[in-house]
Ligand binder design. Structure first.
Ligand code: CUA
Length: 155
């Protein structure tokens, strides 16, 4: 009888989890990163968008006023190593990996994503307050993983 009870409890929990996924997906438009945009990471240097001189904060804002930032993740850093963005503005990060799986994470913000080789990761973030924020790698990528970070200065 006790077993039956626990079986019911676990089934109910699974039901809740599935329910939560369905509700957020349909009700709030939150989806796993299924927005798939591929890129040839083996020849990133040949890619127009992620060429060395195209990285960093883009001089021209997007049509909606957002600022676009292009970053390349590689062992062991994000390039460019330092960026400066304005507070309160919509920032569209576009990131690609030049080698292995990395993560990009700015603590205390919504900025957290995997950077999978061969795919472009896009995250939109707004930094309400000026300050210096570290961008850390949160996917183990090798011996230098712990030292993989760069600086985001919000002004
Ligand atoms: Cu890059 Cu860990």
């Amino acid at each position: 009888e006790l077993e039956r009870k626990w079986l019911f409890v676990s089934l109910a929990m699974i039901g809740m989890f599935v329910g939560a996924i369905v509700v957020t997906a349909i009700g709030k438009g939150i989806h796993p990163p299924s927005h798939v945009e591929t890129i040839d990471s083996a020849s990133l240097h040949l890619s127009q968008e992620f060429a060395e001189d195209k990285l960093g904060v883009q001089p021209e804002p997007l049509a909606d006023g957002s600022l676009q930032v292009r970053l390349v993740a590689g062992r062991y850093g994000f390039y460019p190593r330092e960026i400066e963005v304005p507070a309160g503005r919509r920032i569209v990060f576009r990131m690609a990996s030049m080698d292995v799986l990395h993560g990009a994470h700015i603590p205390m913000t919504n900025m957290s994503t995997m950077i999978v080789p061969g795919y472009v990761s896009e995250v939109v973030s707004v930094f309400p307050k000026p300050g210096e924020y570290p961008m850390l790698c949160n996917e183990y990528c090798g011996l230098g993983h712990d030292h993989m970070w760069s600086k985001v200065t919000v002004v």
